[in-house]
Design a protein around this ligand. Sequence first.
Ligand code: Q46
Ligand code: ZN
Ligand code: ZN
Length: 308
Amino acid sequence: MKCRKCGKPAVINMRHHKLALCADHFIEWFVRQTERTIEKYRMFTRDSRILVAVSGGKDSLSLWDVLLELGYKADGLYIDLGIEANDYSKTSHAKIDAFMENHPGARLHVVDIKATYGESIPEVAMRVRRGRGKPCSVCGIVKRHEMNRIAIEGGYDVLATGHNLDDEVAVLFLNTLHWQTGYLARQAPVLPAENGFAKKVKPLCRFYEREVAAYALVKGIDYIYDECPFAVGAKTIFYKGILNQIEEKSPGAKHQFYLNYVDARRKGKIKFAEDDEEPPEMHPCPKCGQPTTAPGLCTFCRLWESNK
Ligand code: Q46
Ligand code: ZN
Ligand code: ZN
């Protein structure tokens, strides 16, 4: 297989785009496509201050790399969850440190959950869930709270995450299957800032996972290969498998499913009752000041209150 642009050996063949490219032309294409996504969905501008949530995985590190490459003012945020199984948190942190060494001048915020709040994610989950089930719901509450806290406190204009097309399609498929219209209404490449929540964007949402992996590989970005040990058996992984089978028979199916949905939503062709509903009333949490619908403390602060 040869590069369509220069005839050198191709490193990737993207069947859905009918495009094979060599290493140099692939990187050029990837960077330009990211810029187009940022502009198309009006994610941010050259003057914006961007906070990139990094986990040590290929998606978030590739995103941070491209944004720096494009000259955006992008700082990283790493939340140390304190997951000891498979040395997960330790290895993730080491990958980010390696990235920092290769990107002199890049700035990173680190929030160590155990050092800051007294318990790691598995520990707090064990206590509040009395040992039942996975820590993922607790983890989600903590990550969302801390990402928003750092974004607001640091005066960032936008919070960027490395979700790729495969991630987005799996969630869209799952929510469609169950007609979770509340979640569907909020699934978009951009969520505007509202009620004290930072603006959220997903600049890699138009790339297949293998394209992001190829970018990381060609750029020599060292990342953690293993998923979080608690991700095993997650529903989205099951749906990703099914969607891969569909893609195999029908190249481009995932791309169309997600992007046609997003475009139809933007043009108002798909509407949900939730679009016209008044947003739920929020008040600032008396402890942390973040917006919440819960009476009294927010869900995050309640996690730690019960430890007293
Ligand atoms: S939620 Fe669950 Fe993830 Fe947290 S505990 Fe691991 S798998 S990291 S995206
Ligand atoms: Zn080429
Ligand atoms: Zn709170």
